[in-house]
Design a protein around this ligand. Sequence first.
Ligand code: SF4
Length: 435
Amino acid sequence: MTPRRPTRQITLGDDRVGFVKIGGGKPDRHGNPTTPAPVSVQTMTAGYTHDIDKCVAEIHKLAAGGADVVRVAVPEKKDTDALKHIIPQIKVPIVADVHFHFQRALDAVESGVHKIRLNPGNINDRAQVIEVIKACKAANGGKGIPIRVGVNEGSIIERKDKQKRAKELGAVFSDHKHGYMLAIMIAKLEEYLDIFYEQDFYDIGISAKSMDAALTIDAYTEISKRFDHPLHLGVTHAGPKETGTIRSVVALGSLLTQGIGDTLRISYANDPIYEVQDGLELLYCLGLRERKGVDLIACPTCGRIQVDLFTLVQDVRKQLAEKVTVPMKVAVMGCIVNGPGEAEGADVAVFAGDRRGIIYVQGEKVANVPEAEILPRLLHECLEFQGKVLRGEVKLGEKKVDIVPPDPIGELGSGWEKIAAEKRTQTATLTIGKS
Ligand code: SF4
């Protein structure tokens, strides 16, 4: 992992909803040092903003699911009017997503929104942009609110002068598959941000989204060399969840490993709560955020499987997500041949054998139950273990205990009978947990 790229830092929020910092590492405008904030996860509501009660409920759900920031669409005056009623009820910073009408940005600022997103592709009248900048500067009792400048492949091209721009800019990245698009994204950002700099406004985040994962990686990489504003990562129009997740994660994961990216949205056509879950999981996997809740390890299954593992894993995942808040590692393994090794480091683990489950807590065997009892017993052990962690009686991943697996091979599988009968034969000594 490359260390995080130092950027300016922006802050969203207020005393009531709390504050979310984005980016950092460069001194602030007063010369005070800033520390890079954890990469934050954003999403966008799917319902109408003017449907106030539903919008509030959706924002609550997304915030409870781990969204650090929630964006809402404000295409009409009734949407920005609704913000006046929504913002006092929610507990997470809100971004107004503005397109086409600069007046919607002014209305959103007046409604108390915590950040504005502008699209240079459809709000590009200089005088109008300046008016929005001045309103954001004066907002929040004069402390100001940030603006995200979000260029987007789908709306960046000015159709009327495409030929001229293509000729001017095409040579910039002439050896790049998407050279024209890359060049126009950067040129548009440079032109647009000059307006902000002339107004002495630097409270800016940047995004440059494409539906093409490779172009997204190259666009953000080039932008990170040219601007020191925090970057909002995303792949736009990524498609359905099944393919959109991969499209987003390959682009965003690649950028994050290069130290690029300060906040992100995974986006696809599905309930936005999944975007939040996937965004968090990406950051957990890269060690960029401290995990909240269970880290579930499960084997992929193979011909040695001894129980209905797919169902068991899904049931364990759902139930633990609701009940466990400490970041314990839980392993669910289909057999005991490779299970202990694959689950190394788990706090609680179950290995299946002969339609039974052998449950370990920090390496100590605590149960050997028939398949039907695996789920309730495993949940019970996880909750008991969580209680001990919360009481300070044990530490996560710390206890080093030898697991002595039974002999599953023996005389062509006779080991499974020994498992059922709890007559274990030591064939190897495995260790789980950190030393
Ligand atoms: S734990 Fe057992 S069933 Fe699961 S993948 Fe490994 S060998 Fe196959």
